[in-house]
Design a protein around this ligand. Structure first.
Ligand SMILES: *Cc1c(COP(=O)(O)O)cnc(C)c1O
Length: 358
């Protein structure tokens, strides 16, 4: 029997979600986003589970990319936008990492350095996020520096959307057009635009490479996939009831007695808290599953414990299993109740939580 707090990971769900990516964007290659330890799912496990179904993996930090390189010696790995200094370039060459070049100065540095192995470069155009990437003029100038360089083996043109998960489709269309027109002006290059939301909602952005992240892990940022196309949760965050208490009208529960009983209710104390990665800002009423039935958070989340109203759950007893998110209650739903998104919940489950991989 598992102890009080653990994560279960579902390999079949991960493969199902990847199959949905392929179905929505047939033809292109898949660069699965494994940054932040595979969105908290375990980068090595995600890499092994996806295997040849994904053509490459994306990482955000040099340390992440180097660690995954040890585990996946022959896989295509892309180091996303980062600080490009001589150390970064040297490691990319030695570890055969593809690299995002997002500033003209970084293209110049790459052209001026002597590398042991040429790199595949993903040249990034700023299309409206104004975070990373180049203007049209810098993009053109960077391309000219790179095509003549012995350090560059291939150039892919990329951009990243700011609004692909909102109903404002025209913003995404304008942003896509900025990459298309800059790229067209330079010739014919492989393109990469779409994150999960664009894979689902903006088929005109599908190109040679798609970059799915959150949808692989079971959250649909557009909330539009249903039926056979519905995504499945990969991470199940579980715990157990460790105490039950009957409370009476006027009784409060937890720190500050934020939640107060209006009638006689049954309160379960569950062995998970914010130190496990359950969000402290979760509001009263945030759903969770007990014995396959819905219950709701009652009272402030504390470091190691949280409390829920389980009055309406049948046959509830100490030791019963609780799903904080996963089957029956999505991380997106929990996130919504605490002013965040599933991405943040997935990446913040702490190291003391045991991991079980199937
Ligand atoms: C994280 C990331 C993605 C994936 O985004 P999702 O919304 O998780 O699909 C795609 N591209 C870039 C550059 C990213 O950093």
């Amino acid at each position: 029997m598992h102890n009080t707090t653990w994560l279960e990971f579902d390999a079949a769900a991960l493969r199902h979600n990847l199959a949905i990516v392929k179905q929505l964007a047939p033809g292109g290659a898949i660069l699965a986003m494994l940054k932040a330890n595979g969105y908290g799912h375990g980068a090595n496990w995600v890499a092994d589970t996806l295997g040849e179904r994904a053509q490459g993996f994306g990482l955000a930090r040099l340390c992440e990319a180097l660690a995954l390189r040890e585990h996946a010696p022959s896989k295509r790995l892309l180091l996303l936008g980062t600080l490009v200094d001589d150390n970064t370039l040297k490691h990319c060459a030695e570890a055969r990492l593809d690299l995002v070049i997002h500033r003209l100065e970084d293209a110049q540095r790459l052209a001026d350095t002597r590398l042991t192995t040429p790199l595949s470069i993903w040249l990034k155009r700023n299309v409206g996020m104004n975070r990373l990437g180049m203007s049209h003029e810098d993009f053109v100038a960077a391309q000219q520096l790179l095509v003549g360089s012995k350090n560059v083996k291939e150039v892919i043109h990329m951009s990243h959307f700011s609004d692909a998960d909102t109903p404002r489709a025209e913003v995404t269309e304008e942003q896509a057009e900025r990459l298309f027109s800059s790229s067209r002006a330079l010739g014919t290059f492989p393109l990469s635009l779409a994150n999960s939301a664009a894979i689902i909602a903006h088929p005109h952005t599908h190109a040679q490479w798609q970059r799915p992240g959150i949808m692989l892990y079971g959250d649909d940022p557009t909330g539009t996939l249903t039926g056979d196309n519905a995504l499945r949760p990969v991470m199940h965050f579980k715990s157990r009831i460790i105490a039950l208490k009957t409370v009476h009208p006027g009784d409060g529960v937890g720190y500050g007695r934020r939640w107060q009983a209006r009638e006689q209710r049954l309160i379960a104390t569950i062995g998970a808290g914010y130190a496990d990665g359950y969000p402290r800002h979760a509001t009263d009423g945030t759903p969770l599953m007990v014995n396959g039935q819905r219950a709701s958070l009652a009272g402030r989340v504390s470091m190691d414990l949280l409390t829920a109203d389980v009055t309406d759950v049948d046959h509830v007893k100490v030791g019963d299993e609780v799903t904080l998110w996963g089957q029956g209650v999505s991380a997106a739903e929990v996130a919504e109740r605490c002013g965040t998104i599933s991405y943040e919940l997935f990446t913040q489950v702490s190291s003391r939580v045991e991991r079980y991989y199937d």
